[in-house]
Design a protein around this ligand. Structure first.
Ligand code: GCU
Length: 419
């Protein structure tokens, strides 16, 4: 009898564990939640003008994200050297291909990041899309003029990445996500940087940008200091420093786009650095556009255990404790106001919670209205493949977690509308 009881208990508890680890995809199992108020300041006062928003509330929210979610970027000057390492024709003479190397030094540490640029010859000063990439600049287009990334890259045999190094076989393997020619044909430039140049995407803080800012004896960021997402965002701002100096770029018209973890990064970079004129989140999910309190698909607990280096250590306090967060992700979207912001989801990307991404974009509209601008018109999700574009834009397309031509065409339409 005792053995049967024990056996039953084992079966029962493994079932509970299994259920616990299984992501929830059922809307009816979302716990009741109340979103923190965008327009109530910490002192309880109602924010009723764009002026009050800019003066107090925006900064309160920004500081909360910094302290509890992504982590503070340490202050301090970095020695920066910028070199144009290549300038040549591309795409049958339609565009100029440029490679710019930025080398950052401090504290006896040094890192370099390479910006790959395509600029349309049709424009004297081109508006620009900028985004980080996952596997190296040379993966976005098969063009032998693009230098192979030299830093550590996650192994991927199908992509020709062997022993964490790019090979000739890696050229153009991610072209489907970067329709370079279409972007050029529509009169936009494109800039991209391999995110691993800034910080390799591994749970290891002995490399990458963080090492330049450690105090003496420090080996790891403090609890409220930057994780990798803040590090990647820092790199995007340094690229913006360069764009401001390049006469071929219209630096008032720079749209920042990112997919997935890099979509989370685009939102955070766009929140911190208001020089990005449009911010676009593609399938950014948990810790990006999706509301954390919905706890559907990927959750804060899950992301903190799978990717402990992305956020600051303080974020661990909110694993399975989302209601204690003073913010939710709609407030991150609202930090873009009054700049246009676009959130995109994919129907098959349940892990990223498309409805939570949509609701964030919808709720951010409250702040856009303070500026006399239109957010999303209703809390009802649009049909698939039917983009809505106001100052806040949104679409859910058919298909999986990915970046497709449909996504890019929508982003270019959105940029045409606002630039
Ligand atoms: C994982 C992770 C997501 C992330 C995605 C990506 O799926 O759980 O949060 O967005 O990777 O970056 O591709």
């Amino acid at each position: 009898m005792r053995y049967i009881c024990c056996a039953l208990m084992v079966i029962f508890s493994t079932e509970i564990i299994a259920q616990k680890n299984e992501p929830n995809y059922d809307e009816s199992k979302i716990p009741a939640y109340t979103l923190p108020e965008l327009l109530t300041a910490k002192d309880g006062k109602t924010i009723s003008s764009s002026k009050q928003w800019d003066k107090t509330r925006r900064n309160e929210i920004l500081m909360d994200f910094q302290r509890f979610v992504y982590g503070k970027i340490p202050e301090g000057a970095v020695e920066t050297r910028t070199q144009i390492i290549k300038e040549t024709d591309a795409l049958n003479g339609k565009a100029t291909l440029k490679e710019v190397r930025m080398t950052f030094s401090r504290n006896n540490h040094q890192i370099s990041m390479d910006i790959l640029l395509f600029l349309p010859k049709s424009k004297e000063k081109a508006p620009l899309f900028v985004g980080l990439n996952f596997y190296g600049n040379h993966t976005i287009l098969d063009d032998p003029n693009i230098s192979l990334a030299s830093s550590w890259i996650r192994n991927n045999e199908a992509f020709g990445i062997i022993d964490n190094k790019a090979t000739e076989a890696s050229r153009g393997v991610r072209h489907s996500r970067w329709p370079v020619e279409k972007i050029i044909d529509r009169g936009y430039g494109l800039a991209t940087i391999y995110y691993g140049d800034i910080d390799p995407d591994v749970n290891d803080f002995s490399d990458g940008i963080h090492t330049l800012f450690y105090g003496s004896g420090q080996m790891h960021p403090a609890k409220d200091q930057w994780g990798s997402i803040s590090g990647w965002a820092w790199g995007l701002s340094r690229a913006m420093d360069y764009f401001e100096t390049d006469k071929a770029i219209d630096n008032k018209r720079i749209a920042l786009m990112g997919h997935s973890r890099i979509g989370k990064t685009a939102l955070w970079a766009g929140a911190m650095d208001e020089r990005f004129a449009i911010v676009i989140s593609n399938d950014s999910g948990c810790g990006g556009a999706a509301l954390s309190r919905r706890k559907i698909g990927e959750t804060v607990g899950k992301i903190n255990s799978s990717f402990p280096h992305w956020f600051c250590d303080n974020f661990n306090d909110y694993s399975n404790n989302e209601n204690a967060l003073p913010i939710d992700q709609h407030m991150l979207i609202a930090l873009m106001a009054p700049r246009p912001v676009y959130v995109a989801s994919a129907e098959g990307d349940r892990w990223a919670d498309p409805r939570g991404e949509f609701l964030s974009a919808y709720h951010a509209g409250e702040v856009y209205r303070l500026f006399g601008l239109d957010g999303l018109p209703s809390d009802k999700m649009p049909e698939v493949n039917q983009p809505i574009m106001h100052s806040v834009g949104y679409h859910i397309r058919t298909g999986k977690h990915d970046v497709t031509d449909f996504d890019w065409e929508s982003y270019m339409d959105f940029a045409d509308m606002h630039f």
